[in-house]
Structure formats: structure tokens, C-alpha cells
Ligand binder design. Structure first.
Ligand code: HEM
Length: 389
């Protein structure tokens, strides 16, 4: 069997199943936001390039762009919890692979900061009526870098047999990248296809609930629905490729696991439902856009949850075949801390929901030319203070 670093002698403060549940729930939220940012930048950037000044395509591209800085906050904030849970459960494998590609892994922080900054600069340009697709290309390249580094790390952690050679090739400096893993590229493309698909679904939602002009809404609904139907179907194909790229022992192990079988049927069913709902959003009547767009996004997010579960099973079966059993840990549960954590976690989710609602409400009021509650009074106070000076 392969040599994993020895397990941390400190016992786990909560059962493994609870860590896994929290990991899958928070990772589903992260991967949902990741898909929205990947697809959102791609589609909005292309539309910004091709759209003429004042055209519905340009307006639709700007409308998507202005939502992306908020999406980015969720990519990051929903990325931290699964990273912590993954380190608790798989630290021996994940820390090792992270150190082996250390230079690229640390580089994620630099690239992330840059693309976050450029997102805001792009929004500034859109507000000034200028094109921003040039920035969009750099943001897209940065996102591809981060997504690729994540895919490389999450697959390298499953290959202890390659660690020694990669360490030697990088001279211990973390400068060497693994090659030849047949699972990395399908995993990466799977996320990319899902990104455009789920972003298309989100565009139909903007068309159903947003305050854009009717012509812009039509572009978002029609094209969003077409992209969602097409790319969610493509994601299904990429999922098959991910499965086929696994070695025979892993494939055999997966179907012995009832959880995997349930998740794969749920995922396939949800993909079909979201493709049908997306087609209905694209080609059905505009008056039903709210219903069809909500259904498309709902099925899309649930499908993301199902594939997050499948992804988790693939990892556990692969690691088990190499002698790493994630369930084999000493647990000394500290329930008071666990309950405190769960209470804060649920409170945070409610708060996030409220913030999203408040942002949507104030955006609508501003679009309608009305002031946000308290805004007028605040402006008057600022002006009075200015006059006094
Ligand atoms: C724009 C920025 C980001 C992009 C494009 C991105 C993309 C991705 C992708 C594509 C995966 C799936 C990799 C695979 O399994 O093949 C992933 C997984 C993950 N990402 Fe992100 N990510 C971003 C930012 C972050 C940040 C800032 C964090 C944490 C601070 C984070 C934490 C994670 C974790 C923990 C996983 C998976 C862990 C696991 O397998 O258990 N991500 N991300």
C-alpha cells in the first residue's frame, strides 16, 4: 500500500458523517457560485465583444457583469468552509498535494485578488458606457488558472504513487506540475460546461425577475435558455467521460456503493429536468418566464448537489483502493461546540439569504428611480454637513 503521512493524533471533535455532510453542503454552494462566475464571465465577455453600442446584447452583457462581483464574494466565502472540512477529513492527502504544487497553489491568491479587482474595474467601465471585454479576457484566463489548479490538486491528492517523483522534479520548491492523469481534464471540462449551463439558467432568472428593458430580457431569456439546455446536456456527456476515465477498480467499487447509485440516478434525472425547463424558458411564452426560469435554476442547483456527492464517492473509493479510509478516525465528540457551530452556521445562511434579498430589493428600487429607504435622509445629512463646512 502507498505511504500516506500519519494521521493527526488529536481525535476528531465530531463524527465523520457530520463533517462529510457539512463538506458536501458547503461545497455544493461553492461549486454553484464557481459555475456562475465561470459561465457568467465567459458569456457576458463574448456578448460585450460582439454587441454594438446601445444594443440589447451589450445591455444584457452589462446586466450580467454587474452581478458578478457579488457572485465572487460567494465563490470565496463558500470556498473557505469546504476547504476546512476537506483538510480535517483528507488533510494527509490534501496537504501533501498542496505542498507539492505549492507555487501554483499559493499563486491562486495572487490571481484571485487580481481578477476580483478587474471585475470591479469592468463594472466601472460598463457604468461609464465603455467596453470591458479586454478585462474580461484577463479575468477569464485567471479563472481558468484557478479552476485548473483546483482540479490538479484535487486529483493529485488521489495519487500518492506519484508524489515522490513530483517532489523530486520540483526540487522540493513546489514548481513541478503532475502530468498524465486521465481524470484531470474531464473534471475540469465538466466544471466548465456546467458553468455555462448554470449561468444560462441564471440569465433566464434575471429575465424573469429583473428590471431590464423588455428587449434585453428577451435576449437573456432566449439565449440563457438555449445555453442552459445545450451546456447542461454537454455536462452530462462530460460526466460520463469523468466516470470512464476512472481505473477499473474504482469503477467497480463505485457501483457497490448504494449512495453512489442513488446519486447518479438523481443527477441524471435532474439534468434531464433542467434541460427541459431551460428549453421551455427559451422557447415558451415570456409570461411563464418566472416559472420556467426558477425551475431551471432549481434543478441545476440540485444537480450540482448530486454531482458533489458523486465526486465525494469517487474520491473515497479511489483513496480506499490505495489504503486511505476516511472513516477510520478516532472521534471524541464535543457536542457543545458542534451545536454552537451548527447554530451559527444556520444563522449565517439566513443572514446571507437576507442580504441577497436586500441587494435585489435596493437594485430594483434604484432601477425604478426611487430612493432606497433612508437614502434620501442620508444624502440630505451629507449635503448639510458639506454646507456647514
Ligand atoms: C474564482 C475562484 C475559484 C474558482 C474558479 C474555483 C474553482 C474550483 C473548481 C473548478 C473546483 C473543483 C475541482 C475539481 O474537483 O476538479 C473547486 C473546488 C474547490 N474549491 Fe474552488 N475555486 C475558486 C476559489 C476558491 C476559494 C477562494 C476557495 C477557498 C478559500 C476554494 C475552495 C475550494 C474547495 C475546498 C474545493 C474542493 C474541495 C474538495 O474537493 O473537497 N475555491 N474550486
Amino acid at each position: 500500500m502507498f505511504q500516506f503521512p500519519t494521521v493527526d493524533p488529536i481525535p476528531l471533535p465530531a463524527p465523520v458523517w457530520l463533517f462529510k455532510l457539512l463538506h458536501i453542503v458547503t461545497l455544493t454552494l461553492h461549486l454553484t457560485a464557481v459555475q456562475l462566475i465561470l459561465g457568467g464571465v465567459t458569456v457576458a465577455g463574448i456578448w460585450n465583444f460582439f454587441g454594438r453600442e446601445g444594443s440589447s446584447l451589450k445591455e444584457a452583457s452589462n446586466s450580467i457583469l454587474k452581478k458578478l462581483p457579488t457572485v465572487m464574494t460567494y465563490v470565496i466565502n463558500f470556498g473557505v468552509p469546504p476547504l476546512l472540512f476537506a483538510q480535517v477529513l483528507y488533510g494527509r492527502a490534501l496537504y501533501t498535494s498542496s505542498v507539492l504544487i505549492g507555487l501554483y497553489w499559493i499563486g491562486v491568491i495572487v490571481v484571485l485578488t487580481l481578477i476580483y479587482f478587474l471585475l470591479y474595474r469592468s463594472v466601472d467601465r460598463a457604468n461609464e458606457g465603455k467596453a470591458w471585454w479586454g478585462y474580461g479576457i484577463v479575468i477569464f484566463a485567471g479563472l481558468m488558472y484557478i479552476a485548473k489548479v483546483f482540479s490538479i490538486n484535487m486529483t493529485l491528492m488521489l495519487r500518492p504513487e506519484d508524489w515522490q517523483a513530483i517532489y523530486a522534479a520540483g526540487g522540493g520548491l513546489g514548481t513541478s506540475l503532475p502530468t498524465g492523469d486521465p481524470t484531470t481534464t474531464p473534471r475540469f471540462l465538466f466544471m466548465l460546461a456546467g458553468g455555462i449551463g448554470l449561468s444560462g439558467a441564471a440569465m433566464t432568472v434575471i429575465s424573469g425577475f429583473g428590471d431590464e428593458k423588455d428587449t434585453t430580457k428577451d435576449v437573456l431569456r432566449r439565449w440563457g435558455g438555449i445555453l442552459a439546455a445545450l451546456f447542461i446536456a454537454l455536462q452530462g456527456g462530460a460526466g460520463l467521460w469523468v466516470y470512464n476515465s476512472q481505473v477499473a477498480a474504482v469503477k467497480a467499487g463505485l457501483f457497490q456503493d448504494p449512495m453512489f447509485a442513488y446519486a447518479i440516478y438523481a443527477w441524471a434525472g435532474l439534468l434531464i429536468l433542467s434541460v427541459v425547463a431551460a428549453a421551455a424558458a427559451a422557447f415558451g411564452s415570456a409570461s411563464r418566464a418566472r416559472l420556467t426560469s426558477t425551475a431551471t435554476v432549481l434543478f441545476g442547483v440540485l444537480a450540482t448537489g448530486a454531482f458533489t456527492l458523486l465526486r465525494d464517492r469517487i474520491r473515497d473509493v479511489t483513496l480506499l483502493s490505495k489504503g486511505f479510509d476516511v472513516w477510520d478516525r478516532t472521534v471524541v465528540a464535543n457536542w457543545s461546540v458542534v451545536l454552537l457551530f451548527l447554530g451559527l452556521f444556520v444563522a449565517a445562511l439566513i443572514l446571507i439569504g437576507y442580504i441577497l434579498f436586500a441587494i435585489a430589493r435596493s437594485a430594483r428600487q434604484m432601477a425604478l428611480g426611487a430612493t432606497v429607504p433612508g437614502q434620501e435622509q442620508m444624502m440630505n445629512e451629507v449635503l448639510e454637513r458639506h454646507d456647514d463646512q
